[in-house]
Ligand binder design. Structure first.
Ligand SMILES: *[C@@H]1O[C@H](CO)[C@@H](O)[C@H](O)[C@H]1NC(C)=O
Ligand SMILES: *[C@@H]1O[C@H](CO)[C@@H](O)[C@H](O)[C@H]1NC(C)=O
Ligand SMILES: *[C@@H]1O[C@H](CO)[C@@H](O)[C@H](O)[C@H]1NC(C)=O
Ligand SMILES: *[C@@H]1O[C@H](CO)[C@@H](O)[C@H](O)[C@H]1NC(C)=O
Length: 170
């Protein structure tokens, strides 16, 4: 085999090897409350010497644009994305992110995308549900109101009884 042939075979082997990687996401469901942080773990199983590569995350649509891109630069996630550093991505196959200060409309499906040697793979997606923060103060206040209301009802009831008895006896 000549040098050119050998080169082509190597490139072919490299690319076919790279195309066989798989992307894993964990967990598949996250339930959180407004203001909390959600951790989206993502890994891929390609060999460690894959230097050419990148990862990104997408909300609801795998190849969407604008707000579908989960980055610090998107208006929706501005400054709320924490992600693993390059060495972790390259040597540990780690493409995890976290979203801080969760909002209710962050709810949706988050897809991890890994690109190696021009080959892209997506993870299965993690479904995030962000619940409303429990309004503790207002529930306490409503409890107080309920007690006052019950007290008032009792007072009115007692006055009615007293008037009825008074009318009946005098
Ligand atoms: C990754 O895992 C998949 C499924 O188990 C396997 O088919 C593939 O060969 C693996 N790739 C590498 C680079 O280990
Ligand atoms: C990306 O979007 C195009 C249309 O805009 C669609 O044809 C294609 O299937 C999409 N790819 C993925 C991976 O969702
Ligand atoms: C996004 O912005 C926050 C706040 O400025 C910062 O802590 C974080 O490291 C940034 N994330 C990335 C991936 O640059
Ligand atoms: C990937 O990185 C995240 C965040 O730093 C960490 O919590 C997780 O344990 C790492 N996973 C692996 C398999 O290294």
């Amino acid at each position: 085999m000549n040098t050119i042939g050998l080169l082509w075979t190597s490139i072919l082997l490299l690319t076919t090897d790279a195309s066989k990687f798989q992307v894993y996401q964990e967990p598949l469901y996250i339930e959180a409350t407004e203001g909390e942080t959600a951790h989206f773990l993502c890994t891929y199983n390609a060999s460690h010497d894959q230097v050419v590569g990148a990862f990104s995350w997408h909300k609801d649509i795998k190849n969407g644009t604008g707000d579908a891109k989960v980055t610090n630069k998107s208006a929706k996630f501005l400054g709320r994305i924490i992600q693993v550093d390059r060495p972790s991505f390259r040597t540990n196959g780690n493409a995890s992110i976290a979203i801080t200060n969760l909002k209710q409309d962050d709810s949706g499906i988050y897809y991890c995308q890994v690109i190696l040697f021009f080959e892209e793979e997506f993870g299965p997606g993690t479904r995030l549900t962000v619940k409303c923060r429990q309004p503790l103060m207002s529930s306490r206040r409503s409890l107080l109101w309920q007690m006052i209301l019950t007290g008032l009802k009792l007072a009115v009831f007692s006055v009615c009884i007293i008037i009825t008895i008074s009318l009946a006896y005098f």
